[in-house]
Design a protein around this ligand. Structure first.
Ligand SMILES: Cc1ncc(COP(=O)(O)O)c(C=O)c1O
Length: 377
């Protein structure tokens, strides 16, 4: 089976983890790896502060908490996203409001934001989906006009840029994931980046059970969202490869683009002229002219030993959100269609050209076979 993604872990990562363990960087916030990883990654993003946490979900959770968002507040979020974006809102007692996608980049549709703002709207979490940045220049104008707190969900967009500026450097805070399939990985892991000193201090306090003085007396209800030192040591090694990894992800995408171009009804991933897409995953959408449905294509690929994933189930359709008091199931017809018709193809950044061609040939062949079968009827 050609897996949809395989993490690439080298000897250097293994040695770095072992060395961190030998230095005693096991749990707690001790040692040199966590602050070094935080600072190097934050510098890369273009932020002054980085706060390493246990995963991307807890990065979002603690960012929403640090922003002071809670009961009675609404937070606009991209409808097409991982459930973690919405969970960060509901676990803080607030209500997520889904914003539908647009058809080209599949990111949230900026034209819909203003129509969804109410007097309860406190913040907005745009997701840079599958590695393509949201147009953050235009986005920030809208957000600032309405005094919205902006928390960028950069779980899929490490290194993606908007007019040369990194995703994660626009909002009040940005949240990254270092899960095994992310652009760089620490196994589990995440980070919040920010340029705001007070927010950085709050994030550090809240991630560490809100310990203050005297020790063991807590003014606030914090969380244990700490990263381990040996994960940060692995993160530093991964981080030093990030531009190489992005270049390889872009090579994989360009190779797919070459072999998949001009297939009727197959929408390929976009890269706006102002954007650097890091192609976290190589995502495509199957339209009716393709001849077979997305599910049929998934089955055919699987029969040929090729693994895929569907796009995200949009937030307006999530049972765990629909049952919540105050949730507004805003219609999201574009995100609904993406959930029905979108999939991503194997996207490991070491995929060779012959393997990508083999996958693309199967995609092209199943569409051709169906069209020939239909024309013979
Ligand atoms: C857009 C998005 N947000 C948040 C997350 C959550 O990250 P994690 O799996 O590290 O908790 C993910 C991925 O898993 C994601 O794709």
């Amino acid at each position: 089976m050609i897996e949809v993604f395989e993490p690439i872990i080298g000897e250097e990562e293994i040695e770095a983890v072992v060395a961190a363990l030998r230095r005693g960087e096991i749990s707690g916030s001790f040692g040199e790896s966590i602050p070094a990883f935080e600072q190097e990654f934050a510098n890369y993003v273009g932020c002054e502060y980085g706060v390493a946490v246990s995963n991307g979900s807890t990065a979002l959770h603690v960012a929403v908490a640090a922003a002071g968002i809670g009961a009675g507040d609404e937070v606009l979020i991209s409808s097409s996203t991982n459930i973690a974006t919405a969970l960060a809102v509901i676990h803080n007692g607030a209500v997520p409001v889904p914003v539908d996608s647009e058809n080209v980049t599949w990111n949230l549709d900026l034209d819909l934001i203003e129509g969804l703002i109410t007097e309860k709207t406190k913040a907005i979490i745009p997701v840079h989906l599958y590695g393509h940045p949201v147009d953050m220049d235009r986005f920030m104008e809208i957000a600032r006009k309405h005094n919205l707190i902006v928390i960028e969900d950069c779980a899929e967009s490490h290194g993606a840029t908007c007019r040369g500026r990194m995703t994660g450097s626009f909002g009040d805070m940005a949240c990254f994931s270092f899960y095994a399939n992310k652009v760089i990985t620490t196994g589990e892991g995440g980070m919040v980046t920010t340029n705001n000193k007070e927010l950085a201090e709050r994030l550090r306090l809240l991630r560490n059970l809100a310990f203050t003085k005297p020790r063991f007396r807590h003014e606030e209800a914090g969380f244990n969202f700490r990263m381990t030192g040996y994960q940060a040591a692995m993160g530093l090694v991964q981080f030093r490869k990030i531009e190489h990894i992005i270049a390889e992800k872009r090579r994989v995408a360009q190779t797919y683009n070459h072999f998949l171009k001009d297939i009727d009804g197959l929408q390929l991933p976009h890269e706006a002229d102002w954007a650097r897409n890091v192609y976290w995953m190589y995502a495509v959408v199957v339209h009716p002219e393709f001849g077979i449905t997305r599910d049929e294509l998934v089955d055919q690929l699987r029969a040929d030993g090729i693994d895929t994933r569907t796009f995200f189930c949009p937030m307006n359709q999530q049972p765990c959100l629909l049952e919540r008091t105050g949730f507004r199931a805003v219609p999201c017809p574009v995100a609904d269609k993406l959930w029905e018709n979108g999939l991503y193809l194997p996207s490991t950044y070491t995929l060779s050209e012959p393997v990508i061609k083999q996958i693309a040939d199967v995609v092209r062949q199943v569409a051709t076979n169906r069209k020939e079968a239909v024309s013979q009827l």
